[in-house]
Design a binder for this molecule. Structure first.
Ligand code: PRP
Length: 182
């Protein structure tokens, strides 16, 4: 048995340099839009922590950091069911808020999170995601204001993305070998 997690990657989609290059471009966009707004940057734990950390190091203007742990309820037609296991520490009313997330798949988590945070009356609310999964027409359509990559509809791992909580610390984003999960 090998301990080299890279062996479990079928194909690398984005290497370290490509990831950092794209994050720098997103940081430039955010800087243009938020440098005078002292935004609250909300990290959606756990997966987004790598992206969040690299992104914020490239933002050279005042901001507040905050974190939320949440998951969506699937199954019903619900629009507001979000299980929050750790909520924000800041009050966001009247503040400019940017949600920083690792991936939008079906869109349900983000749909519910947006509804939840909007009800707290922020001055503005925008969404910044590293990856938007290309699954065709999404059932839960959410606005994505800043998007790093559109990724194919495969099992992706690395740079925060996991399979049973493994592979998050790989420095690249890649497709998991099918033999690992079948
Ligand atoms: C992942 C991801 C998003 C959500 C996207 O979270 O981080 O929050 O799924 O899927 P959706 O668009 O279909 O709702 P996960 O529950 O795997 O938690 P993690 O961040 O801890 O990996």
């Amino acid at each position: 048995m090998t301990t080299d997690m890279m062996n479990d990657i079928e194909r690398v989609l984005y290497d370290k340099e490509a990831i950092q290059r794209r994050i720098s471009e997103l940081a430039d966009q955010l800087t243009a839009d938020y440098k005078d707004k002292n935004p609250i940057m909300v990290c959606v734990l756990t997966g987004a922590v790598f992206f969040y950390s690299d992104l914020l190091k490239k933002l050279n203007f005042p901001l507040d950091t905050d974190y939320i742990i949440c998951s969506s309820y699937a199954g019903t037609k619900s629009t507001g069911n979000l299980l929050i296991t750790q909520d924000l520490r800041n009050q966001i009313a009247g503040r400019h808020v940017v949600i920083v997330e690792d991936i939008i798949d079906t869109g349900l988590t983000m749909y519910q999170l947006i509804n939840n945070l909007k009800s707290r009356n922020p001055a503005s609310l925008k969404v910044c995601v590293l990856c938007n999964k290309d699954i065709g027409k999404k059932q839960w359509d959410v606005p994505i204001d800043y998007c790093g990559f559109v990724v194919e509809n495969k099992y992706i791992i690395g740079y925060g993305f996991d399979f049973h909580n493994k592979y998050r610390n790989l420095p690249v984003i890649g497709i998991l070998k099918e033999s690992i999960y079948t």
